[in-house]
Design a protein around this ligand. Sequence first.
Ligand SMILES: [Zn+2]
Length: 320
Amino acid sequence: MNMDSIKVQSKAHGIMYHHFHDNQKHIVGQGSISAETFNDMLDFYGKDHNIIGAGEFLQKSEAGTLSPADVCLTFDDGLLCQYDVAYPVMKDRGLTAFWFIYTSPLDGVIEKIELYRHFRFSKFSDIEDFYSAFFNIVAANDPEAMAAIHSFDPDQYLKEFPFYTPNDKRFRYMRDRVLGVSKYNMTMDKMLETYQYDIEKNSQILWLNADHIKNLRRQGHIIGLHSYSHPTVMSDKSYLEQSREYTTNKRQLESVLNEKITAVSYPCNSYNSDTLKCMRELGIRIGFRANMVDVQLEDIRYEYPRQDHANIMKAMEAAK
Ligand SMILES: [Zn+2]
């Protein structure tokens, strides 16, 4: 991603945000940004783009009047740090955004992906410390799994991600190929216990609740779907399973807001024709994917591209 490709965007798109920090309630983590950086980023990107509110973006999409410079803001995963840190900045600027929310946390489910992330950054000052603690636990509890890592060659794994360190790759290989979901979760849960991580207390500050969602909507933001439980590879699931994920998600958000939900973004950018079929059946009017790559589109309304905020950060730092 070079500066030119940031500046000359030939198509209307969204900017995708995830984590924010304030150094108090919300800790610094990989890729997280502060209110100040968020504000600077909007200034920087706004020089070459027309950043508009979510409602206006939707309206222009439906009228077919979006111009290539039009950009909207989007927040994935329904995180409280977004509400506490980014929302006040937008309020000052008179801006609204799309918020794509997975709703299992509204049922009291503590989704591991977000909890483990918080644990990693709250208990370890750097990721290498986390990796060595993680591998110690694996070695103590599952020597067989640990043996698999001895013959592992990091140079031959995940070659398409050159920025991963050898330990990033060892960790991912252990998690995804050796342990698998349930053993990995068991290992992590053991670590949480060892480090006396307070799951109840910490899970309170991770996700938006129904009142936050209502307030955002009252202020003109648009609330959209992001599945019920945030599967990482939705496209592996059958049409029926996908339909269940999105229908449940939609029913919950509609009961919070008392209105029809009409927008979606796809968790981990994973979607296929079955997903788009679900969107048509659910009466969705606009959808976003998670990159700027030119792909063969099946339905432009449901596949607006998004720029990851990390790419804008890089361009902004290069321009300093
Ligand atoms: Zn997500």
